[in-house]
Structure formats: C-alpha cells, structure tokens
Design a protein around this ligand. Structure first.
Ligand SMILES: NC(=O)c1ccc[n+]([C@@H]2O[C@H](COP(=O)([O-])OP(=O)(O)OC[C@H]3O[C@@H](n4cnc5c(N)ncnc54)[C@H](O)[C@@H]3O)[C@@H](O)[C@H]2O)c1
Length: 385
C-alpha cells in the first residue's frame, strides 16, 4: 500500500507547470517508491486562473491566498513556485506549520533572507529541497559520476555560460506578471540569481566550494517602464555578469551570463578540464556529454560524444530504450522521485536549503564584488557533493 504525500503548490506559472507535471508523472516511471504525490491543492491570486489550473492538472482544491493553503491540514508538503521576493515569507510560514518544503531557486534574494529560511527549517526539522533541477539531467548526473570517479585527474579549469537574448528591446517593461525578473525588488538580482545561480550550484556540486570571486556586471538599459506603477523607473538588475573565481581545490572558474547574447535562448554550457581528461555539456543538446581522455591511444584520441540514453547511465533505466532521448521536463520528474525517496530513507534531498544558501553566498559575493570593483570572499567553506 503506497503512502500519500499531499502537495500544496503555490504559483501557477512556468515552474508551477513543470512541477505539476513532475508530480503527475513520477509514479508511472518510479513505481517502486513508497510515497506517491497527490495533487491536493494549488494556489495563485487570480481565482479564475487558479481554478482553471486546478482543473487542467487535476488538483482537488484551490486557494487564492498562500496563507490559507499553508493552514490546510490536508497538505503535507508545500511547493513554492512564486517569484523570489515571496520565497522567505512562504517558506518560514510553511516550516512553522510543520510542512515539508520544496522551494524554487534562488533560495532567496539575499543571504540574510536565506539564512532565516535555513534557521526556520532547522528549527522545524522538516524535509526540504531546492529545485536546482539541472543536476538531474542524466548527462549532468553522468558528469558528476565521471568527476567523482577521478577519471579527470586533478582539475584545473571550470567554465560555464548561461546566455539568453530576450531583454534586448529597450521598450520591454519591468516588474509585475511575467516580468518580475526585471525588477530588482522582486528578483533580488538579474542574471546572477536567475541564471548564474544554476551554474554555481552545478559547479560546486561537481567541483567543490567557490572561495572567492571577482566580478563585473552591466545594466545595458538603465530605465524601463514599471508595469505596476506605470512610471519609467531605474533598472536595478544586472543584465549581464561575468566573474572569475578560485575553487577550494585550487582550480580556476570562469562564468558568464547575459540576456543580451543575440541568437542564444538558453545556452547553458559547462566544461571541466582536468589533468587526464575533460568533459563538456550543452543544454541545447542535453542528452549528450562530451568526453576527451588524453590516455586514449593517440591515433584514435579525440572528443567523444556520449549519447546518455543507456539503462546503466543515471536515471535512464527508468525511461525508454537505449538511443531514445528525454527532455528538460524529466529533470523535474527526477527531482520529485529523489525527494520521495529521501522521505522514505530519511536522507537529505540535495540541494537542501543549506546547500542553496551556499550558492546564495556566492551570488551575493559576485554582486558585491562587481559593485566594489574588488575581489570578495564568498564565505563558503564546504559544499555537499
Ligand atoms: N528551476 C528552474 O530552472 C527555474 C526556471 C524558471 C523559474 N524558476 C524559479 O521559479 C520561481 C517562479 O518562476 P516562474 O518562471 O514560474 O514565474 P512565473 O511568473 O511564470 O509564475 C509565478 C507564479 O506565481 C504567482 N504568484 C506571484 N505572487 C504570488 C503570491 N503572493 N501568492 C500566490 N501566487 C503568487 C503568479 O501568479 C504566477 O502564477 C522563481 O523563483 C524563479 O526563479 C526556476
């Protein structure tokens, strides 16, 4: 007999859909799990749209106030899919109500906010995870296995990009529905918290703590109409950010993110160069991991392109047959599966709030460094790998 995990999901936008899909699919592909998510209630502020969302995805009930959702005694886990400025208040209230929490990234807008969230979940002792979902794309999980196996040898370089091009138009407003990412009060930062946070989470998971950073940021369009006030207001987010850093293992990191790279929609790439071997990955070709091993016989030595679709590669035994790829949405299904497994075993589901706080520290050091035009220590001493 399966045990139910009754989900209360808050926020019905992009992530509300990916998570709802994850909960809906997981039991079909991970039938061995003891827990089964139940779509118990969903919340967003507009009644007509939340009602339609509940009907579309099969939620049993809906609410228009997140406090009412948290107050329900038929909810076991609260899933936070709302803009960044709401994460702390909702998470702290959910922890105080004794609910498990799955929170979207970045954990918060600042380290101070994130620390309060970590304190709240520690005090409540509730299960928690943060949706840095790229870890759970099978090719990225395979990269983790390869690094952990030591095949790369001593690591010298870690390089990551996250490039987009959707905010180049100076007439695009900031703030409000759909565009809260452009408003620093709602988002906390621009590409640093939105995109580089993903790169930093993956990087520290694969290569350990980032200890110090030197960054530059730019805001190319300095003023935009604010959708909520109707006034032209200064833009407070970083449109682009480039930083370099030291990892605790002695390797050097180079990171770039922008929303002004014409032609790139979501080009997340990383490359790691070690003493013996290198790996690289590209979100636009997410089922492949590139691998170069200098120890190969010289006449056949070269980059190999591993199609990560075999049953013995991470997560792939759960899907189709070798050679058939999967997509972006599967990373969320995998995270739901891993969260359910963690409840079964009592082990943490990484990245936890604590892990995400470490990523937040790097993000904050990056912004501080750019503002001060100087190197900043991150304060990250270790990272759960
Ligand atoms: N893991 C990822 O790859 C990934 C991708 C995109 C977004 N995100 C994160 O997910 C979160 C949501 O982003 P999104 O792209 O889904 O945003 P979105 O704008 O598409 O959706 C936000 C939703 O939250 C609702 N909402 C806002 N304030 C609310 C409130 N006070 N009470 C109830 N509902 C409220 C909105 O009505 C909307 O339904 C953000 O923290 C973002 O950084 C993560």
């Amino acid at each position: 007999m399966k045990k139910n995990l009754r989900i209360g999901l808050i926020g019905t936008g992009f992530m509300g859909r990916t998570h709802s899909n994850g909960y809906s699919q997981v039991a079909h592909f991970f039938p061995e799990l003891e827990y089964r998510p139940v779509l118990q209630a969903v919340c967003s502020r507009n009644e007509a749209s939340v009602k339609a969302f509940a009907e579309q995805w099969g939620y049993a009930a809906y609410e228009t106030d997140w406090r009412a959702l948290i107050a329900r005694d038929d909810i076991d886990a609260v899933d936070i899919c709302t803009p960044n400025d709401t994460h702390a208040e909702i998470a702290i209230a959910a922890a105080e109500a004794g609910k498990m929490i799955l929170c979207e990234k970045p954990l918060a807008r600042t380290v101070a906010e994130g620390q309060q969230m970590v304190d709240a979940i520690n005090k409540a002792g509730v299960a928690n995870t943060v949706w840095y979902n790229y870890r759970r794309i099978p090719a990225v999980s395979l990269a983790k296995q390869i690094v952990a196996s030591g095949k790369l040898g001593k690591i010298f370089h870690y390089r990551a990009n996250f490039l987009q091009d959707w905010t180049i138009n100076a007439d695009l407003p900031q703030g409000g529905a759909g565009l809260w990412r452009m408003d620093v009060a709602a988002a906390g930062s621009g590409v640093t918290g939105d995109l580089l946070a993903h790169c930093i989470d993956t990087a520290m998971w694969l290569n350990g703590a980032i200890v110090d950073v030197s960054a530059m940021t730019e805001t190319f369009v300095k003023e935009r109409m604010h959708q909520l006030t109707g006034k032209v207001e200064p833009v407070g987010i970083d449109d682009a950010c480039i930083f370099h850093c030291h990892f605790a293992n002695g390797s050097l990191g180079l990171f770039e993110s922008t929303r002004y790279a014409r032609g790139h929609k979501a080009l997340y790439t990383f490359e790691i160069n070690g003493e013996h071997a290198s790996i690289r990955w590209d979100l636009h070709d997410l089922n492949r991991l590139e691998y170069f091993d200098h120890r190969d016989e010289s006449i056949v030595r070269g980059w190999r392109s591993i199609h990560v679709t075999d049953g013995d590669q991470p997560y792939m035994g759960k899907w189709w047959v070798p050679g058939l790829g999967i997509g972006y949405e599967h990373s969320f299904i995998h995270q739901v599966a891993d969260f359910l497994k963690s409840i079964e075993t009592g082990a943490p589901c990484h990245p936890t709030f604590q892990d995400a706080l470490e990523t937040q520290k790097v993000c904050e050091a990056v912004i501080d460094s750019a503002n001060a035009r100087s190197w900043k220590d991150t304060g990250v001493e270790s990272f759960a790998m």
